[in-house]
Design a protein around this ligand. Structure first.
Ligand SMILES: [Zn+2]
Ligand SMILES: [Zn+2]
Length: 220
């Protein structure tokens, strides 16, 4: 096999990621998390305030990894430099870690859309790139595009009230989702308000089951 360097630590290897780096990547944070939204809870805390406050319309968040180095840097490379080797790597890592956490495939996947202006500027939506491996292996799952109907501010810059009104009617979906099981896909989930807005819309369109898949779950 072709000798190359591990993209994370630089050691020479026959894989894009060496065994050591791979194991440190997949070692999950073992602290207690809400099983639904994956936010960290204090030990013995049974009730998740985050779920309660946000009235989440999805069943659960399934995250490939915890947020952090080095995946945050690799994702940044993908988003801002569109490095093809990172695209392939991230989409493989993403699907390998999601696949082991789900019992069955959804019928539909909906990537969180960028606003068309941002999409034009960047030239691609990183979530579509993340889904590359998944789509190759599971062509029977229907991809439905959602659209951003207004330009929203970055959620991270806003307080809770502003976050909610910022997202009000921010998306549209032209599809019949009645009775469908759906996975909404994003690169990073932080507060969960963005994906929840899409989940709400899916529910209004009659979806039977909505879950969220993401590459990384950040703790805010
Ligand atoms: Zn390495
Ligand atoms: Zn929760």
């Amino acid at each position: 096999m072709l000798e190359q360097n591990c993209v994370l630590c630089g050691c020479s290897n026959d894989q894009q990621i060496c065994q050591d780096c791979y194991h440190s990547l997949i070692s999950h944070d073992n602290r207690y998390h809400c099983p639904r939204c994956l936010i960290q809870l204090a030990p013995k805390e049974l009730h998740c305030a985050n779920c309660h406050e946000n009235n989440f319309q999805f069943e659960r968040v399934i995250s490939a990894f915890d947020y952090g180095f080095p995946l945050d840097k690799i994702l940044h490379q993908l988003k801002y430099n569109h490095k093809i080797e990172y695209t392939t790597l991230l989409s493989q890592l993403f699907w390998s870690q999601i696949a082991r956490q789900i019992q069955r495939l959804p019928e539909v996947i909906i990537p969180v859309p960028l606003h068309s202006k941002k999409h034009k500027l960047r030239g691609f939506n990183q979530v579509h790139e993340l889904l590359r491996e998944f789509r190759q292996l599971n062509p029977q799952v229907q991809l439905i595009q959602a659209h951003r109907t207004k330009e929203t501010q970055a959620q991270a810059t806003l307080n809770r009230q502003q976050r909610l009104s910022n997202l009000n009617n921010a998306f549209s979906i032209q599809a019949d989702l009645r009775g469908k099981s759906i996975a909404i896909v994003d690169d990073v989930v932080t507060s969960g308000t963005t994906v929840n807005e899409l989940a709400k819309l899916c529910q209004q369109l009659g979806a039977a089951h909505v879950e969220i898949w993401c590459l990384m779950r950040a703790q805010h």
